[in-house]
Design a protein around this ligand. Structure first.
Ligand SMILES: C[S@@+](CC[C@H](N)C(=O)[O-])C[C@H]1O[C@@H](n2cnc3c(N)ncnc32)[C@H](O)[C@@H]1O
Length: 210
């Protein structure tokens, strides 16, 4: 696994905040649209699902793709993103079918087996403690629950990410590294596929099952 830095003062992409963070989060909904589609295709959310998105940012994915689920929940460590996601999804928040919480991926504030499906879209590469975070996601998923992780930048895409790793403090994972981490977190099956997306030659989509 190649590593980047993870300083206290996180870059905007890793923890969007203030006006700059809100503009960035707004732009992400355009830049990540191919990634959202690929993640939604892998997730196949239905009306019985209780869905968790970790690193939900502005809440656009939940709003567009999880509106028909029984429950949807977003977690982000940025207070400003939690507020923005709540505003975007205010109808479902008011009706009690959606909630947003501020917190870190490695310590999830939910009971075991709370969710049927989870996703981490364009966020996993920022997590400082990915192994514990995967154990946490495994814990809060019910048996047969599925997890989809999308990584637009990854160690299999043939790009030189040295500058990105330094600038954004990201870690770059290969499919095999991610599969091994998922297995040691307890997932029984992890399928990795690659597709093209906007400004992303080899978007990695990983679907794991508990
Ligand atoms: C590049 S943005 C992607 C946001 C959203 N998934 C999207 O595609 O629009 C990364 C998001 O992950 C969140 N994030 C990064 N590290 C996190 C962590 N350890 N725990 C929770 N959220 C995290 C950031 O605050 C940010 O909102």
């Amino acid at each position: 696994m190649s590593t980047g830095t993870h300083s206290k003062e996180l870059p905007q992409a890793a923890k969007p905040s203030g006006l700059k963070g809100m503009v960035l989060a707004y732009l992400m909904r355009w830049v990540h649209r191919g990634e959202y589609n690929a993640a939604a295709e892998a997730l196949q959310l239905g009306r019985n699902d209780r869905f968790l998105e970790i690193g939900c940012g502005s809440g656009f994915f939940l709003w567009k793709y999880a509106a028909g689920t029984a429950r949807s929940t977003g977690l982000d460590h940025s207070a400003d993103m939690v507020a923005m996601a709540g505003r975007r999804n205010h109808r479902r928040v008011q009706s009690g079918t959606t909630e947003f919480r501020q917190g870190d991926a490695s310590s999830l504030p939910w009971l075991d087996g709370s969710f049927t499906a989870a996703a981490a879209i364009a966020t996993f590469m920022f997590w400082p403690d990915p192994s514990n975070a995967l154990k946490e996601v495994h814990r809060v998923l019910q048996q047969d629950g599925r997890l989809v992780i999308s990584l637009g930048w990854n160690a299999d895409d043939g790009m030189d990410h040295t500058g990105h790793a330094q600038k954004y403090g990201i870690k770059l994972y290969s499919g095999e590294e991610l599969r091994a981490m998922l297995e040691s977190a307890g997932f029984s099956h992890a399928a990795i596929t690659y597709t093209r997306s906007f400004m992303t030659p080899r978007l990695m989509i990983c679907k794991a099952v508990k």
